[in-house]
Design a protein around this ligand. Structure first.
Ligand code: ARG
Length: 574
């Protein structure tokens, strides 16, 4: 039971003692939810606003606070006092320290984990790369938010299915085949991979401006893919392989893995069911030769969802609907999350609505986890205009820059390459998961790689600092901890943050918001560094030292768990 719950039970008991006949009282949970953190530390650790009880008790708040304060008697937990209309609590600091540290250390690095997800499945559709396109920094957010949410749900005991819904269907692939047949060179494509394919694609558009007949040729090649023409499929399969090979390098750097790569093409032969069901349920109407589902624009503000084009071709939305039906059958998910940029908001709202109209109650379990745009050193990114920053390049320069900093700051470090990789990648990932996901991000080298302030290296450095203190402590004789030594404000602030960590993880899961974990870990680091400057960890008095060492270990484990949840490694030395 956490502190708030215990305090609220004390309050309930005190009310019953003072006014057994009172009616209409809030429940213990409601009281727990009302507990506030007082604005000034010396006012106590928690405060309960007694006006919440004045109607039920027919008394003025200060009188209630005074009566309850007198009735509360649990010195092991806290002292209660009246302050105006508030009932304030000062925790028994020594006991709070002991209980918190025992709980954190007993969790063995899994403080905050749980099993509330047992038996439940979460599908996460993220990263979802497009064939023949290089991974650029615009793909960082979907990849890292998805990866982080996956780890957070795993941590809470859910079964997760990470799906890379490949963008491997569309007329552009016909154009690419056409370009390859006309101007391509096998060795060059094999050597340069997706880079070579992009050049071919650009060339196609340049040439098609001069010779519009090329468009027809492109369509013809796409038709060949659709019809299963052997040459077309072989070439397209090769393009897919090249793309996956290129992206795999990035996934390896980031530590990202998937359970399924079933992409748009996989669902191509599963469209019939969608069309048949829509027809059977009278949802499909023909408009201008195309088949649509009307979404009652007047009320919903959503234009109709296009299901089949004039020529009978399916659309992005059709394939998403087919994929959702298939995933529900295959995984029986409790939720299916789509980590996709907010620009696709309408697309998701439309086809979610279609699934709802089809009568599937689980339509409500489809969630678009949207995020904002990323720019680079103040410049927005656009593939069209040719200004792109490839993710692999970005990660590699981050590693190089981290390496230069390490060479300067810690020339004696053993595994410099390994640490440079962890720090470089950590800096980029942290910058991505630092703010609410819907906020646009501007990536800046100076900010990302700074060792002070709110950055990946700062958090990793604090973790390494804890590890270093723990290594030094190992050499000293063990002792019984004296938890009174953790009564200072700095230690108490750390303990408070540690005790709240499980709640933080659950909030991040409920709001699909990794940044909640990022911020909590950052605050923990700030609080630890403050503690570190104010107090001597390796104190001469063994009991004091042991208490501070335990606190340090609990902080280290929690930083490490938090970093893991946002997909960042935690080097032990930097
Ligand atoms: N490949 C798509 C794109 O780059 C993203 C796919 C997102 N997932 C989905 N089920 N629609 O825009």
């Amino acid at each position: 039971m956490d502190t708030k719950q215990r305090l609220s039970q004390l309050i309930v008991k005190a009310i019953q003692g003072c006014k057994p006949e009172a009616q209409g009282l809030p429940s213990a949970e409601e009281i727990a939810a009302c507990l506030e953190i007082p604005p000034e530390r010396d006012m106590g650790d928690y405060a309960f606003p007694c006006f919440k009880l004045s109607r039920a008790l027919r008394m003025a708040p200060p009188a209630i606070a005074a009566q309850l304060a007198a009735a509360i008697d649990d010195e092991a937990l806290c002292q209660a006092k009246q302050m105006g209309g508030y009932l304030n609590f000062c925790l028994n600091r020594s006991n709070f320290a002991r209980e918190t540290l025992e709980a954190v250390l007993a969790a063995q690095g899994r403080w905050g984990a749980g099993d509330e997800g047992r038996g439940k499945t979460i599908c996460l559709d993220f990263s979802s790369i497009n064939i023949a396109k290089r991974f650029h920094i615009g793909h960082l957010s979907t990849t890292m938010i998805g990866q982080s949410l996956r780890r957070i749900y795993d941590f809470l005991g859910y079964k997760t299915v990470a799906i890379n819904y490949l963008g491997d269907w569309g007329t552009q692939f016909g154009k690419m085949l056409c370009a390859y047949k006309r101007w391509g060179n096998r060795d060059e494509v094999e050597r340069d991979g997706v880079e070579a394919l992009s050049r071919l694609y650009v060339r196609f558009h340049e040439e098609a401006e001069k010779d519009p007949a090329l468009e027809d040729e492109g369509r013809l090649w796409f038709k060949r893919i659709e019809d299963g023409n052997e040459e077309a499929l072989a070439l397209f399969g090769w393009f897919k392989e090249l793309t996956l090979r290129d992206t795999q390098r990035v996934y390896e750097l980031l530590g990202v893995t998937f359970d399924s790569y079933n992409g748009e093409a996989f669902f191509n032969d599963k469209m019939g069911r969608v069309i048949d069901e829509l027809k059977a349920k009278n949802l499909l109407t023909v408009s201008d030769g195309a088949s649509i589902v009307d979404l009652d624009e007047e009320h919903t503000g959503m234009p109709p969802c296009l299901i089949l084009k004039k020529d009978g071709a399916t659309l992005y939305a059709t394939r998403d609907i087919a994929a959702a039906l298939w995933r529900k059958d295959e995984y029986d998910f409790d939720k299916c999350l789509y980590v996709v940029a907010y620009q696709q908001d309408l697309h998701f709202r439309q086809w979610f609505k279609v699934v709802e109209k089809m009568g599937y109650s689980w339509a409500k379990d489809l969630v678009h986890v949207a995020f904002g745009m990323i720019s680079y050193e103040g410049q927005s990114l656009s593939t069209r205009k040719g200004y792109v920053v490839y993710l692999e390049d970005l990660l590699n320069s981050a590693i190089q820059k981290a390496r230069a900093i390490i060479d300067e700051k810690s020339p004696g470090l053993d595994n410099k390459d390994e640490v440079a990789r962890q720090v470089g990648i950590g800096a980029v990932v942290y910058a991505d998961l630092q703010n609410n996901r819907i906020k646009d991000i501007d990536f800046s080298w100076e900010r990302a790689l700074s060792f002070d302030g709110e950055t990946g290296p700062y958090v990793q450095y604090t973790h390494a600092r804890c590890c270093s203190a723990l290594r030094k402590a190992e050499a000293l004789a063990p002792a019984q901890p004296d938890y009174d030594a953790l009564s200072d404000d700095e230690a108490q602030e750390l303990l408070r943050q540690l005790s709240r960590f499980p709640e933080t993880v659950r909030e991040a899961a409920a709001r699909y918001e990794p940044s909640i974990v990022t911020r909590a870990v950052t605050e923990l680091c700030k609080a630890y560094n403050k503690f570190y400057y104010e107090q001597r960890i390796l104190d001469d008095c063994p009991g004091v030292r042991e208490a501070r060492v335990r606190l340090t270990r609990a902080v280290m484990l929690t930083i490490r768990a938090g970093l893991f949840l946002i997909g960042i490694e935690a080097p032990e030395r930097m």
